[in-house]
Design a protein around this ligand. Structure first.
Ligand SMILES: Cc1cc2nc3c(=O)[nH]c(=O)nc-3n(C[C@H](O)[C@H](O)[C@H](O)COP(=O)(O)OP(=O)(O)OC[C@H]3O[C@@H](n4cnc5c(N)ncnc54)[C@H](O)[C@@H]3O)c2cc1C
Length: 344
């Protein structure tokens, strides 16, 4: 008989973020498929009641909370202490949590303290021969493995964006508060503040419907014999502003920007898509001025619908890497697209 604990933390405004509701959705499905299992929601935060209330209708058997000012911050020592206490109190055998940076840092250590096991980057939880099985990808998303464990407790960190978030009625949740007192040693680290770029400078948007990828071609000499980096920047940023698409880059382009050349200043290594870059999940992707080399296209593994604009009809996209290739000048295409978007 499994006891499923879904571990979530409240955001600074008291809400539960989408990855937390995704983990709850996964936990609900797992509970429904495992006969006789119980579901416990464990919450951590400065004040967990509003977060618990927002998922009051999820059908959990129990709500447990560890709260107080010390637990509002993302800090290994207090996060691990809170999670460990919740796992003990719940008697959890299966522990599901969103694979955010905060939990990915704390929960493998908690699994160790509990004598359990942890799997990160879980993309799916299913049932095989009546027992839970998780899927995760290896070798830069080229191979998928299905993993089963008999060892308990088993911590599963679920990658954001893979599971439908739990949606349902809010209400009044009855939260059993655990009395957890962090020692002085647990509080040595403090979060001094958060630094984030202004909203319009933030070009990486994991939840966007479209991934727009810019390649090195935007900075190359164009048919008039000159590069047009400033025009390229205007076209790309104009498109992003209008569509709220997420911005990706090829390695060649982000390397150029990193070397301080007059290229596209907003493009950093964080934008890089590919074998040595990110593997984002978006319903659609549009690659522009990028050749579609294999190490780059590896990062397109989870993009469902792929289109590309390239001057070269023999580029990588034309060889099975894209659904549609427009053999055209991306400067002209994007100027026209932006004009059409401005009319819409
Ligand atoms: C081990 C390894 C790991 C790697 N990992 C990654 C990775 O994670 N991500 C990654 O991106 N790369 C990676 N690479 C590099 C990769 O192989 C390519 O070199 C890189 O992706 C090329 O970038 P690009 O297509 O932007 O540039 P280029 O190859 O220079 O292509 C530019 C393209 O722009 C087109 N173009 C120029 N002007 C226009 C225009 N006006 N309109 C339309 N098209 C135009 C050209 O036809 C050309 O196809 C890796 C390589 C190795 C060896």
């Amino acid at each position: 008989m499994e006891t499923i604990l879904v571990l979530v933390y409240a955001e600074a405004d008291g809400s539960l973020a989408k990855p937390a509701r995704e983990a709850l959705g996964a936990a609900r499905s797992l509970q429904a498929s495992l006969d006789g299992s119980t579901l416990v929601v464990g919450l951590v935060g400065e004040d967990v009641q509003p977060a618990a209330n927002s998922v009051a209708g999820c059908g959990a058997d129990r709500f447990l909370g560890v709260s107080g000012p010390a637990f509002g911050q993302s800090r290994y020592a207090t996060d691990a202490l809170a999670a460990e206490s919740l796992c003990h109190e719940a008697g959890a055998s299966l522990i599901l949590a969103p694979g955010t940076s905060r939990w990915c840092r704390a929960l493998p250590g908690v699994a160790h303290r509990l004598g359990g096991r942890a799997d990160a980057h879980v993309t799916e939880i299913s049932l095989a021969d009546g027992a839970p099985s998780v899927a995760r990808w290896y070798y830069r998303q080229r191979m998928e493995a299905a993993i089963r464990r008999t060892h308990r407790p088993w911590v599963m960190l679920i990658d954001p964006g893979c599971v439908a978030p739990w949606e349902g009625a809010a209400g009044q949740a009855s939260v059993h508060a655990l009395a957890v007192e962090p020692s002085a040693a647990c509080l040595r680290t403090t979060v001094a503040g958060l630094q984030a770029p202004p909203a319009d400078a933030q070009t990486i948007r994991p939840d966007a419907a479209l991934l727009f990828v810019a390649g090195a071609g935007w900075t190359k000499t164009q048919p008039d014999g000159k590069p047009h980096a400033a025009e390229a920047a205007d076209l790309i940023l104009g498109f992003l502003r209008k569509t709220q698409a997420s911005l990706g880059g090829s390695k060649s382009l982000v390397d150029l920007s990193g070397e301080g050349q007059a290229t596209l200043p907003f493009m950093t290594h964080l934008n890089q898509i590919g074998q040595t870059g990110a593997t984002p999940r978006h319903p659609k992707g549009l690659a522009t001025c990028c050749h579609g080399e294999e190490p780059h296209a590896v990062g397109w593994r989870f993009i469902n619908e792929r289109r590309a604009v390239n001057l070269d009809p023999g580029c990588g996209w034309a060889r099975g890497k894209a659904d549609v290739l427009y053999v055209a000048d991306a400067f002209a295409v994007m100027a026209k697209v932006n004009a059409l978007l401005a009319e819409a």
